[in-house]
Structure formats: C-alpha cells, structure tokens
Design a protein around this ligand. Structure first.
Ligand SMILES: [Zn+2]
Length: 147
C-alpha cells in the first residue's frame, strides 16, 4: 500500500526522513521494520522507479520515501492495512510531540524491539478491525462481496 497520508508524509520532509521507532508504543511496532529512501526522483511513471524503491527497502516492509510518502508491504491485506493505519497514528503523535518544541524522550531500542515482536505476534485486533471496515462498506463475504 502506498499513500501520502499527512503525518507520515510530514516526517519524510524532515532531515530524519522517518518515524522514530523508539518514541511511542505505536511507533515501536515498526522497530527494525523501516527503510528510508531519501532520494525523491519526481513522479514514478515507470517500473524502474518501483524497482529502485524495492531495492532500497532491502527486506523492510515499511518504507519512508523522502519528500513523498510511505509504502507498507505485507502478505495479507488486513495486516498491511492495520500497519498502514497505525503508522499514521504513530507519525501523528511524533509530529505533535515535536510541535511542542520540547526535547523528545525515546524509550530505547531494546524496548522498541520487544514491542515490535509483541505487535507482530498479536494480529487478531487488526484482522477484526479490517473485517469491521468491510462490513461498514458492505464488501464482506456475508454481503456477497468478492472474498
Ligand atoms: Zn506517491
């Protein structure tokens, strides 16, 4: 999934280019999962740009694209959507924290790694969330939607 959601994109405009995965609980779920492609090359109008971005990701499932937006990858649409949703929430609180002008208080890499492992081991909430969204849209299997 690729979006230009506002808070995540705002962080791509900073010198850090990405979310700090040691700040909030929602940010920690991405610890060790992020790649940064700082080089903005204009509109991606051909496949070479996609290959270049994929190469920059080097196995990460979340990429911050400098001056552009984010890419979230996954094997399941519900898990990927959940990652996309919480990525924006994490970026939102980081932007709000930075807007205070006060120094940030990271929790540390070890805790970030622990929360990331916990989050990846507990996906039921994201599955139920996506099912609820589909019911709202009337596209779930019970509505005769396409699977
Ligand atoms: Zn884009």
């Amino acid at each position: 999934m690729h979006t230009h959601m506002p808070y995540a994109t705002a962080l791509t405009l900073t010198q850090d280019r990405a979310l700090d995965t040691t700040l909030s609980q929602n940010a920690m779920r991405y610890h060790g999962r992020l790649a940064v492609d700082a080089q903005y090359n204009g509109l991606a109008l051909d496949a070479t740009e996609g290959r270049r971005i994929a190469s920059a990701m080097q196995g990460a499932d979340v990429a911050f694209l400098g001056n552009h937006g984010v890419v979230v990858c996954g094997a399941r649409i519900d898990h990927t959507y959940d990652d996309l949703y919480y990525l924006e929430r994490a970026c939102q609180v980081q932007v709000l924290a930075q807007s205070t002008g006060r120094p940030l208080a990271p929790a540390g890499a070890d805790l970030g790694a622990r929360v990331a492992a916990q989050s990846l081991g507990e996906r039921l909430q994201g599955e139920l969330f996506f099912e609820a969204l589909r019911r709202l849209l009337g596209t779930g299997p019970e509505a005769g939607g396409r699977g």
